[in-house]
Ligand binder design. Structure first.
Ligand SMILES: [Zn+2]
Length: 139
């Protein structure tokens, strides 16, 4: 980001949650606890929301019952989130692709726990022992 602050942790989670729908502050805190699996305090969230408002990523859309503020992404906020998601997606694809090997027999993608067989100088990867055996029989 141009601000030099990385979209990570609490900040990213907050933007992702608001991207899925506007929320009251207390709902946001509750959901942040759920998705992060950590203790998230109002003392962390409200200053962050203020900072995001100042950065024009978040706005207060309405005041609901008992004067509770509802936080929502601005148009800029939505764009930032969309860009971050596509960057994260690209990164995730990269890491997944580097871990994928195709089974030499059935050609299915093997993410983990593949079956490795050395055939002469080559190492072949299979999704399972049965595929390795079937491949051996076919040759
Ligand atoms: Zn296979």
């Amino acid at each position: 980001m141009k601000s030099g602050k990385s979209l990570s942790g609490l900040r990213l989670n907050t933007l992702l949650l608001l991207n899925s729908g506007a929320r009251h502050g207390y709902e946001l805190i509750k959901d942040l606890r759920i998705i992060s699996g950590r203790k998230v305090s109002p003392g962390q969230v409200y200053p962050l929301l203020k900072q995001l408002q100042n950065g024009r990523l978040v706005q207060i859309t309405s005041r609901g019952e008992r004067d509770k503020k509802v936080y929502a992404l601005t148009k800029t906020g939505r764009r930032v989130v969309t860009e971050s998601i596509s960057k994260l997606g690209g990164l995730l694809d990269f890491f997944l692709q580097s871990k994928i090997t195709a089974c030499a027999h059935c050609n299915c993608e093997v993410y983990r726990g593949g079956y490795k067989v050395s055939v002469g100088p080559k190492t072949l990867y299979f999704c399972c022992k049965d595929c390795a055996e079937a491949y051996r029989i076919m040759k």
